[in-house]
Design a binder for this molecule. Structure first.
Ligand code: HEM
Length: 502
């Protein structure tokens, strides 16, 4: 009897293993059958077996170097995904045929409302309405108001550098320093609250933002799966924003709203009133029956994504800017001269919106940094309806389509000597020009980064203040590894330089 049970179980196991083997073998033939060159996958992670050892940024660089062609097939676990690598295909996917590619692949699950309903993750039809309502929050007029707040914080930033890194000679962790600056700024611009972690004052927001930018092994894994293996993330109920962050954002938002009611403060500089307005204006399934809190969740989700969007990407950009300027003293002096002359012309102690916008070399240094170190190394889209890419390839509905930015930003034919940091490449580039889809750090098409001008201004204000006050010298070797736990680019260990007062 036991022999019979044992041999039946054994056969069942053997059959399961054989069937699984056949299934995996067939699945991993997907790209070969379609004649698309592909990166060799290994069960069960497909091409993601580097995770937590190498960053996705490094993997994009590997694809660019190993497969110098228009597109390449990869496997996210068992899911075939297409990676496109040219400006021409970028134009097709991001803009020309956007109607086929208007959603992202990353996971959004209703158990994590702030993660599921924010502009970055939310799918159509909600995305279109939310984007329409949010766009007026980022006009030139509003940006001018916000620049004043950024300038106040950039002064605080310079004071902190003087206090901690010049006088007390502490070690500089660039990523942390700039996350403090962007955190203080977003507290002011989104919630209207004046906090100063830069000034060592307790900041309610720093509690959330410091966790957002510090990727431990587990947080890194969670976030990576949300982006790259969304089905598994949904099964494991992983979250885009942690529970603690979600509770905190809710509490903070409603306490600010309550305070406003008391003092009848019609503050228009921050986004609180605009977000409340958004709730009123959305003509969505939100006011409907199923979830009475849907409108609130949608509104808070936007506050949450603005926090993440402002803190993470701008602090990375500023960190790499410091690193490159430290290793390029000549370029640093050119930038210093531009800042000094502009300040002398205006006679003030900070540069206002218009001057910051007009400083060509300042912008060129930022653009070149965003070319060499785009914080988001790939743009994520999902093919919603079967799409004929060319005579050879039809993309099936449901296929993730990623645009590898590094394949374009490091293409020798577009940017000779691509590993060289050279702001001259961008000396006369107009603000917002994608240079024929060869410069895409903010994405492009209807789903491009909504905070692009805000992010640029935040970086401009801090950069101008720091270079005016300090000489930046190298604090570590030129080659800095990327943080393997972070989906977005981040220097391992945060990056460091030395600040010397001018
Ligand atoms: C240096 C700064 C920044 C960089 C490099 C950056 C980069 C990006 C990129 C590459 C995308 C994807 C675009 C696409 O798929 O075509 C994106 C989307 C987005 N970014 Fe940014 N970003 C920055 C700053 C900001 C800021 C300051 C905010 C918020 C105020 C923000 C909020 C968003 C949002 C909400 C989306 C989703 C847009 C949508 O799907 O409609 N970003 N960003």
């Amino acid at each position: 009897m036991w022999d019979y049970i044992f041999s039946t179980l054994l056969w069942l196991c053997v059959c399961t293993v054989i069937l699984l083997g056949v299934y995996v073998h067939q699945t991993y033939k997907y790209w070969k059958k379609r004649g698309v060159e592909f990166d060799q996958p290994y069960f069960p992670l497909g091409n993601l077996n580097f995770l937590m050892r190498k960053s996705f940024w490094d993997y994009c660089m590997h694809l660019k170097e190993r497969f110098p062609r228009d597109y390449v097939g990869i496997y996210l676990g068992l899911k075939p995904a297409l990676v496109v690598q040219t400006p021409e295909l970028a134009r097709v996917v991001l803009t020309k045929d956007f109607e086929y590619f208007n959603n992202r692949y990353l996971y959004s699950n209703q158990s994590d409302p702030l993660g599921a309903l924010n502009l970055f993750t939310v799918n159509n039809p909600i995305w279109r309405d939310v984007r329409h309502e949010l766009s007026p929050m980022f006009t030139g007029h509003r940006l001018k108001l916000v620049t004043e707040l950024m300038n106040q914080n950039s002064k605080e930033l310079a004071k902190k550098i003087q206090r901690d890194f010049v006088e007390k000679k502490k070690n500089v962790n660039l990523k942390e320093l700039f996350s403090m600056y962007t955190s203080d700024t977003v507290a002011y611009t989104v919630f209207g609250i004046r906090v100063s972690i830069l000034n060592d004052q307790p900041s309610p927001l720093w509690f959330i933002t410091s966790n957002m930018v510090h990727f431990t092994f587990w947080r890194g894994l969670e976030f990576t799966l949300v982006f790259l293996m969304p089905a598994l993330a949904a099964f494991l109920r992983l979250k885009f924003f942690s529970e603690a962050a979600t509770d905190f954002i809710k509490k903070m938002f409603w306490s600010v709203v309550d305070e406003r009611k008391d003092v009848r403060n019609p503050n228009d500089k921050d986004l609180v009133n605009h977000l409340l307005q958004l709730k009123e204006n959305l003509k969505l399934p939100v006011h409907d029956h199923s979830d009475p809190e849907m409108a609130d969740k949608l509104m808070l989700a936007q506050a949450a994504v603005f926090i993440l969007g402002s803190v993470e990407t701008s602090s990375t950009t500023l960190s790499y800017l410091m690193h490159e300027l430290a290793h390029h003293p000549e370029e640093q002096e050119t930038l210093y001269e531009e800042i000094r002359q502009t300040l002398a012309k205006t006679g003030g102690d900070v540069l206002q919106y218009q001057e910051l916008m007009e400083m060509k070399y300042l912008s060129a240094c930022i653009y070149e940094t965003l070319r060499k170190y785009p914080p988001v190394s790939y743009l994520d889209r999902k093919c919603d309806r079967t799409f004929t890419l060319n005579d050879d390839l039809t993309i099936e509905a449901g296929t993730p389509v990623f645009l590898n930015l590094l394949a374009i930003h490091y293409n020798e034919n577009i940017y000779p000597e691509p590993k060289r940091w050279n702001p001259e490449r961008f000396r006369n580039v107009a603000d917002g020009d994608n240079l024929n889809y060869t410069f895409l750090p903010f994405g492009e098409g209807p789903r491009f980064c909504i905070g692009k001008r805000y992010g640029m201004m935040q970086v401009r204000a801090a950069l101008a203040k720091i270079v005016e006050k300090f000489r930046i010298e190298p604090g570590e070797p030129y080659e800095v590894p990327t943080d393997p736990y972070s989906v977005m680019l981040s220097p391992k260990g945060g990056g460091t330089v030395k600040f010397v007062p001018r």
